[in-house]
Design a protein around this ligand. Sequence first.
Ligand SMILES: Cc1ncc(COP(=O)(O)O)c(C=O)c1O
Length: 357
Amino acid sequence: MKLFIKPHIKKLQRYQTSLGRDLENGIRLDRNEKVSNFSNEEMACILSKFKNYSLSASPESQPLYKIIAETLNISPEKIFITSGITEGIRILYDFCTNPGDNVICLDPTYPMYFVYANMYQVEYRKFIFDTDTLIPKLDSLYNKLDRDTRFVFIPNPNLPIESCFSIEKIKEIAEICRKNHTMLVIDEAYYFFGAPTVIDLVENYENLIVFRTFSKAYGLAGLRIGFMVSQPQNINNISKSRSIVESNTFSMQIAEYFLKNPHLRDKHVLEVKEGGAFLQKELRKLGIKWYGGNYTNGILIFLKNKKESKQLVSHFKEKGIYIRGSFDEPFESTIRVSIGSKKYMRQFIHILKEWLN
Ligand SMILES: Cc1ncc(COP(=O)(O)O)c(C=O)c1O
């Protein structure tokens, strides 16, 4: 007997970037993760929080809800914890769309928005950037809205092209979406690196969902923990998607620990800010075109063509440094570099200079 697979899933192509990285010795500048590792002392402190029942008892998610709610000063009914923003995206497609619906997404962006659109047979419409100014073209969003648009997804700020909408602009977009009976999702994965938050708007917009994650500023991509914030009636329905429990004890306890110790996050953000300023200055000296590094922990570097971008990615890989290329047109000649402390940015610039010569 052959396993039955839905035909559109059979046709689905999945590409895995960043496979086979040497996590022990390599330098991770390819996935906008925290570049530096936690110190042995920090690790010892984090792990000391585990109790002798932590492994044997089923996970308890309430303490994490409580502390997220306290930290954001909102009620826990407005929160749903997910296995990273990525699971949140999947749940929205799964529970709130039908095949044939459409979504509009700022693009290029985090590729899982597109992958899940294909998986759930939803038309993916692009809210595009002006290729000269690198500013999102709002008319390409408004012109694409129609009665079958279930979601508008806007990572704010976005990567690989860094963009950052003001709260006023997001209000304007939320109003237009509301008139169209469309949910607006603001993905705040990179919050804490400088952009404003719209969590407070949830109170007034029943069509707004905000995503947050522990993967970026907290530097905890390995935990797979994030959450969404929306009005309680939305959360009540969306949370019916939960598995036996939202996540595992290990991840939830560590997330809790980091919320109680925000200096760990702030230390990382400072590292990124200092490393970013250094990187921008050095790229400017080299006369290389770049974009971003102000509201996120990523920077886009423009090379001559796709071939050069590919060569540079392999050159760095040979040196044990991972950077991200292979973006689709019209950004095929760019590379994206995750920003870490000055120490790592210095290594990056050193190798870049060698390659240029
Ligand atoms: C805009 C954006 N959203 C979400 C994610 C993934 O978040 P998580 O690790 O919480 O699934 C990324 C990761 O690169 C991202 O760039």
